[in-house]
Design a protein around this ligand. Structure first.
Ligand code: ING
Length: 311
């Protein structure tokens, strides 16, 4: 029997570094209320949805760096999101940058949480694939210092049974790596939520600039199809502090088809009603992992990190 969920990708336009978290939360609340009015069960906000994407900047001062992180979730500024979720009966995914004291030391992660309709944090994910570089590269028009500012996530890719389905998360660069999708697929995931901040220009590979939107959808459509899952994929888009970022927020079916997508690079709600049971045919036939996978031939995927060409 069908298991429909009405889902929303809540794309954000730029967040100026001058915009306070309270002001950003007002934008998120507006999108959440709009989604609730449209009968949504769940709304997916982007990666690092509370601030400008500061990994694009070289920051020397530790106090300044820490000012871009959340030290509690919910916090005073973000509590209204949890209250609105409860009031409107809508779950949400939120990407933010997490600063925590664990094992007696400061730890910084690029994090996302899944909050249910009662406003409870059901799951948390910390970004594993950190792109870019750890050193200052002043010749570049902008930096990508995630390897410097964040630790590799330590929670793995987990799936949770919640809101009538099996749900999981990944963040931005993770979506380009089939391994992230497969680990969730091996847990029976039916809905993957992810946010991204993706510049139109890649200083390391400028020849791919015209292909950023294509590569974005290619990665996610392939991930959905090969694992028989829905995905709600949400951009922080537009020109943010001098860096133009792609939009293309979308909702993708287990067939790999894009069922709805953003038309702008601003704040925009992308909505679709998705039957989680549409995953079943793919999971039970074409991608019936138990029947078709041959892990005995996949060892190299786990045992080898970099590629090694034959002599
Ligand atoms: N961003 C990018 C991503 O994988 C990137 C990395 C930078 C891609 C520049 C293309 C161009 O979409 C994050 N935050 O992972």
């Amino acid at each position: 029997m069908p298991r429909p969920l009405t889902l929303a990708a809540a794309q954000l336009g730029p967040i100026p570094r001058s915009q306070s978290r309270a002001e950003v939360v007002q934008r998120l609340l507006g999108l959440m209320r709009d989604a609730a009015k449209r009968g949504c069960d769940l709304i997916v906000f982007p990666e690092a949805a509370l601030t400008a994407f500061f990994p694009h900047w070289w920051i020397e001062d530790e106090a300044e760096l820490d000012s871009w992180f959340e030290t509690s979730m919910p916090s005073n500024e973000t509590a209204p999101l949890f209250e609105e979720a409860r009031r409107s009966g809508i779950g949400f995914h939120l990407g933010y940058c997490e600063l925590t004291l664990e094992g007696g030391r400061k730890r910084r992660f690029n994090t996302a949480i899944l909050v249910d309709k009662a406003g409870r944090i059901v799951g948390k994910y910390r970004k594993i694939h950190l792109p870019g570089h750890a050193d200052h590269q002043p010749h570049r028009p902008f930096q990508n210092l995630e390897k410097r500012y964040f630790e590799v996530g330590d929670l793995g890719w987990r799936a949770w049974a919640t809101m009538g389905g099996v749900m999981g998360m990944m963040i931005c660069n993770d979506r380009r790596w089939p391994e992230a999708w497969r680990v969730l697929g091996l847990q029976g995931v039916e809905l993957v939520m992810l946010g991204y901040n993706t510049p139109q220009h890649d200083p390391a590979m400028p020849q791919t600039d015209p292909l950023q939107d294509f590569h974005n959808h290619l990665s996610m459509q392939a991930g959905c199809y090969a694992n028989g899952t829905w995905a709600v994929c949400t951009a922080k888009a537009g020109e943010e502090e001098g860096v133009m970022q792609i939009g293309g927020s979308c909702i993708i079916a287990p067939s790999g088809q894009i069922v709805a997508q953003a038309l702008t690079r601003g704040d925009e709600l992308v909505v679709a009603t998705c039957d989680l049971d549409a995953c079943r045919p793919y999971k039970e036939t074409m991608f019936n992992f138990a029947r078709h996978r041959r892990p005995e031939h996949y060892r190299m995927i786990v045992e080898r990190t970099g590629s090694v060409a034959p002599d």
